[in-house]
Design a protein around this ligand. Sequence first.
Ligand code: UDP
Length: 252
Amino acid sequence: MTRPRILGVPVDPVTFEEMLQKIGEWAASTGLHQICTVNPEFVIVAQNDPVFYEVLQHADLCVPDGWGVVWALRMRGIHVPERVTGSDGVPMIAERAAGKGWRLFLLGAGPGVAKQAAQFLHDQYPLLKIVGTYEGSPRPEEAEKIIQLVNTAQPDILLVAYGAPKQDIWIYQHKGELQVKVAMGIGGTLDFITGAVPRAPRFFRRTGLEWLYRLYLQPSRWRRMLRLPLFAFYALWYGENLTRKKRDGAHD
Ligand code: UDP
């Protein structure tokens, strides 16, 4: 089956359960499998960032994280059973990991956040094995140390919270060195788990207005939000194809 695309970026219309099944298959196999959580910002940023675009092309699974992405595919008659977000997906991964014995490593977020998130998850799923947490940063000079730390802890699943696109590029660039089965960029998910940043109330999440709530909480995100109307326009105009600028190979 051909993979649906929005402006050239692949999106796999899976359910949460299908994502968990895939993780289970990969946890029992060899090599690193990368999961990306595609939202409208990913699609727009990828038009101007050739490295990020390449990362998304090679990801083993691109889940439909943003409502805009779900909408753009449904507009074209593509069946998208549900929106699969990283922030809802991570607690589900933790629950499944506790049952299956998958080992988790939490990387990134602010000082102490990964450790605190690990404690929260562990309180909820006492059988969960979180074999390491580390803040670090996606700066190249830190990579060697982080990779050594991760490999020594021997996790099956590495969750990276450096924000997109840095986290996804970081995973892709260190694919050959990281000895994990699954690696996933999870953005601000650890901040949600610890409660440092409250999740939007259900109403906002269900009506596609989560961006509005996040803007209210973090007004500094307004520039990033400008990508949303641009995404809607491009998605309607170009559909699965590249934007003209991207097709012509022009980047700014
Ligand atoms: N972050 C980090 N190091 C960096 C940049 C970001 O640890 O160099 C963390 C930040 O603390 C936050 C997470 O990355 O916990 C996600 O940030 P953001 O809210 O921008 O991500 P989004 O959910 O919008 O992708």
